[in-house]
Ligand binder design. Sequence first.
Ligand SMILES: [Zn+2]
Length: 318
Amino acid sequence: MKRRARLDVRLVVLSLVSLVAIAAGGQAQEPKTVRIDTLSVMDTLYHLSGGGANSLALIDEINGGVVLIDTKPPGWGQPVRDALDGVTDLPVTTIINTHAHPDHAGSNGEFGSAALIVAHENTKANLARMDLYSGANAASLPTTTFADRFSLLEDIDRIELYHFGPAHTDGDIIVVFPAKGVAYMGGLFPSKATPVIDTSNGGSGVAFPDTLAKAVAGIPGVSRVITGHGEAPVTYAGRGRRETGADRPWTGFMTWEDLEEYADFNRDFLEATVRAFRAGLTVDEAAATLELPERYKDYGMEHARANIEAIYDELANR
Ligand SMILES: [Zn+2]
């Protein structure tokens, strides 16, 4: 059964080249470009790609502010603002960080208008250990933290934050827009590929499948799933050329069924690794002989060896 729903999405696209910095050595740096696409939910929810990770922006007209979910790497605040300028004049008043990695929380300090920065309590602790948030930059640490659940705003703008346990880090949260049927997964579901397991920030390959299974069981009413990385919600054919036509499947959105499959993928990966561990295989042997069900054949396996190693370490230290 083909799972990926085709979505009727009206796209507002602004491709903005915000900055071409010339480095001291005379070499041009990559321009920082953020593309903004509407998720076509009452024209209030937008997808921001660029800088290596995806972000979302909710335009909260009632309270007169933008809620920015993940801020991209350091230096990406202005490109994000430039992209937002195409759809709203409202300032970013609230930031949500899904976890403590610089590609998701790196530009917090570049939104001086944000009085509220929300994250899991472990995310704040993880960020506080980083050079990026030392000294004066500590002012950009999360201002409000929680352990399991948190909610913001009301009615159609309501945002529910969930934490189900360690996985990518120990502070991963899922951002759910219940009235819009949308969930943003951050590093818990980066794309259809092996995830990164950051054990130095409390991540766990053993817990990863359980954490995802709890999310699948514990979050109601979501049809569109936005991954933390991967393609924007549109199919491109070649650089800069928009692929059009009603028959083209959108490639950026995942569905709830995709998330269920991703939870199964991580479960099957863990079980295969545990079998290899118990059989006495080395990490390299386990990686070389890893076999997963056919339905994951298109999954990216870039982090497979690193994840096997992380799981081995966890199993050995039990
Ligand atoms: Zn991450």
